[in-house]
Design a protein around this ligand. Structure first.
Ligand code: PBE
Length: 268
């Protein structure tokens, strides 16, 4: 009999993550732009998506996921991004740090650390892989901070100690942001004496929390594309402290064994 098309093999489903993620909006846009009629974007979470991916790979089955870099899944498995000739997912992005208005006046030392915090995809990979390997985020972050004293001192040297002041960082349970948020928390606690709560929320509430002033800061804003709508909604009520990581990518991702190269191949 005839071989099934990729569309039939995956039941016209793309395995997504939490509905507030920017990549869900980009993927809905891709479905529209590429004319993927009757395709469905399945909502879930970052953890449910990676579980589905790992199960498919174990069974050598086809699967299409919403993926991003940096992410440990690219180190652990052979994966590829589908080409995006219509450039729906945008080009290179940065991950930015945002603070609530007034943080600089209220917590100058924390503000300075957040402003200086910048690391590489390789740094982040170390923390992400440790967590994926079973370490608690707090533990993996603490180990990275201890292993990278020069980098960390560059963010904290000369700053006044906070002696127990409380801070709240917002983040979403994306593996990349679990890593970065816990590293910043570890630095603020172990080097400056803050008491930091890392508050896990959805993307919308994360942005709203900074804009409303309930949350002090976050290190999880993907710009200029993925979180463009959130930024335009809140731009007058938040302070952009600039990029903390360069070299990201988002898109549709499949295991390398799938015989497909481009989003356009989904039409075949
Ligand atoms: N992500 C990871 C997020 C930003 C960080 C790509 C899943 C999103 O789509 O909003």
């Amino acid at each position: 009999g005839a071989t099934k098309s990729i569309a039939e093999q995956v039941n016209r489903q793309i395995i997504g993550i939490d509905p507030g993620a920017g990549i869900m909006k980009s993927t809905a846009q891709a479905i529209d732009t590429y004319g993927l009629k009757d395709w469905k974007l399945v909502e879930g979470s970052g953890a449910a998506m990676t579980a589905a991916l790992e199960k498919a790979i174990k069974d050598k089955k086809p699967i299409i996921i919403t993926g991003w870099t940096p992410h440990w899944m690219f180190a652990k498995h052979e994966l590829k991004y589908l080409k995006d000739p219509k450039n729906v997912f945008g080009g290179d992005e940065q991950i930015h740090t945002f603070a609530r208005l007034g943080l600089k006046a209220d917590h100058p030392s924390a503000y300075t650390v957040l402003d200086k915090f910048e690391w590489t995809p390789e740094d982040m990979a170390v923390v992400m892989s440790a967590i994926q390997g079973g370490k608690k985020p707090e533990e993996a972050a603490k180990e990275w901070v201890e292993a990278n004293p020069d980098q960390v001192n560059g963010w904290t040297e000369g700053l006044a100690l906070a002696s127990g002041k409380s801070l709240k960082l917002g983040y979403v349970a994306w593996d990349s942001e679990i890593a970065s948020t816990h590293v910043v928390k570890a630095v603020l606690e172990s080097k400056l004496g803050y008491k930091v709560t890392a508050l896990q929320v959805e993307a919308g509430p994360m942005w709203a929390g900074i804009a409303g002033g309930d949350t002090d800061a976050m290190v999880a804003a993907w710009l200029p594309t993925t979180h463009a709508d959130y930024l335009s909604k809140y731009k007058d009520k938040v302070e952009d402290l600039g990029p903390n990581l360069n070299g990201t990518k988002t898109g549709l991702v499949v295991p390398s064994y799938m015989d497909i190269d481009s989003i356009e191949d989904l039409l075949k």
